[in-house]
Design a protein around this ligand. Structure first.
Ligand code: FES
Length: 122
């Protein structure tokens, strides 16, 4: 995907309350990574682990429909039975949506938590 791809959507993620845009052909997961966010995953966005799951709170009508493979993967996970659950790595948006996923955060905050102070200077 080129950097000049059109912006077709906008996603707000709760409870961190982070909002980012989504380009044409991009999934929620890929857009979040492009924006430098940390998003829970094991498979890295390949649709295999189910860890990236989200619950759609608003804007379900602007999401591209679930594929059979996505539905099958969701049926195996912790969100099985939740009708508004999706895999972030398989969900494209064409409009504005609000989703819920704990653990999404800025990578800079994550780094700050794990960064030790350097040696004294001066
Ligand atoms: S990141 Fe593994 S299923 Fe989405």
């Amino acid at each position: 995907m080129s950097d000049g791809a059109a912006i077709v959507g906008r996603v707000r993620v709760l409870p961190a309350d982070i909002t980012f845009d989504v380009r044409e052909g991009e999934t929620v997961f890929r857009a979040a990574i492009r924006h430098g966010l940390r998003w829970p995953t094991i498979c890295g966005g390949d649709g295999e682990c189910g860890v990236c799951h989200i619950v759609v709170e608003d804007g379900a009508d602007v999401l591209v429909e679930r594929s059979a493979a996505e539905s099958a993967r969701l049926a195996l996970g912790v969100e099985a039975g939740e009708p508004s659950a999706r895999l972030a790595c398989r969900t494209q948006v064409q409009g504005s949506a609000t989703v819920r996923r704990r653990g999404v955060r800025e990578r800079t905050a994550e780094r700050a938590l794990h960064t030790r102070p350097g040696p004294p200077t001066g």
